[in-house]
Write a protein of this length. Structure first.
Length: 240
């Protein structure tokens, strides 16, 4: 009786025979999982295409080369809130105490209202673009960096009335965006190297990198040559 029970136990616990040409269940599941991951990597080209609740998977073999930029984003977010508030306060003060050219005050107020929108979009695409290495997210981040820098440089150099407080916090703001843009350029170069991008995707990344580098160069040149512009303007006023 014991020998029959042991034989029955061994019969029940023996693994199922593997027919020639068939895979083991574990190997089949691993292969299906690999195919599914590769399919996801090919389908999801931006973080916006991921279904809600699904873990976000980046480009294979991609690593964020500037991981400290996430902490920089977090700190920069609070600084954006502070200087945007001061920009609104100073704009209302200038509108009350100073005489603006026709239509200039409305235009500048609209630009100030657009700054938080651009900054929130920039932080979103910057975080996920640098973290996952997807082409369209990095492109959106780079373009938003250049647009935000151009907007802030307008208030730093060309607005109707520039106060010393404007110069102080706007210089820091543009410099912070320039640093984040350089991090995006570094990660974009890595994404171009390890990813199989199409011609249009490569062109978009190159255009984004060129836009950030152009904005950085313009900012550096304007910061290095501010006194000459004011001296020329002062001489013209004296001559007139």
């Amino acid at each position: 009786f014991r020998s029959r029970e042991a034989a029955a136990f061994r019969y029940r616990t023996l693994p199922a025979p593997i027919m020639p040409g068939h895979q083991k269940p574990a190997d089949a599941e691993a292969q299906i999982g690999g195919q599914w991951k590769s399919r996801e990597a090919s389908e999801y080209v931006t973080v916006l295409s991921f279904p809600p609740g699904r873990p976000k998977q980046g480009v294979p073999h991609y690593t964020n080369l500037t991981p400290w930029v996430k902490t920089f984003f977090f700190t920069h977010t609070y600084f954006v809130y502070v200087y945007t508030f001061y920009m609104f306060v100073l704009a209302f003060y200038k509108g009350y105490a100073l005489q603006y050219p026709q239509g200039r005050q409305v235009w500048e107020m609209v630009l100030i209202m657009f700054i938080p929108v651009m900054q929130h979009l920039r932080f979103f695409f910057g975080y996920w673009g640098n973290e996952l290495g997807m082409c369209y997210d990095l492109f959106a981040f780079l373009v938003l960096c250049s647009l935000t820098m151009v907007t802030l440089m307008y208030f730093l150099f060309y607005q109707a009335y520039i106060m010393p407080l404007d110069t102080s916090f706007l210089t820091i703001a543009v410099g912070g965006i320039a640093i984040e843009g350089l991090c995006g350029i570094i990660n974009s170069l890595q994404a171009m190297k390890i990813s199989h991008l199409t011609l249009s995707q490569g062109f978009l990344l190159l255009a984004g990198m060129v836009s950030v580098m152009t904005a950085d160069t313009a900012f550096i040149l304007k910061e290095l040559l501010p006194s000459e512009a004011w001296i020329d303007q002062y001489r013209m006023m004296n001559q007139s």
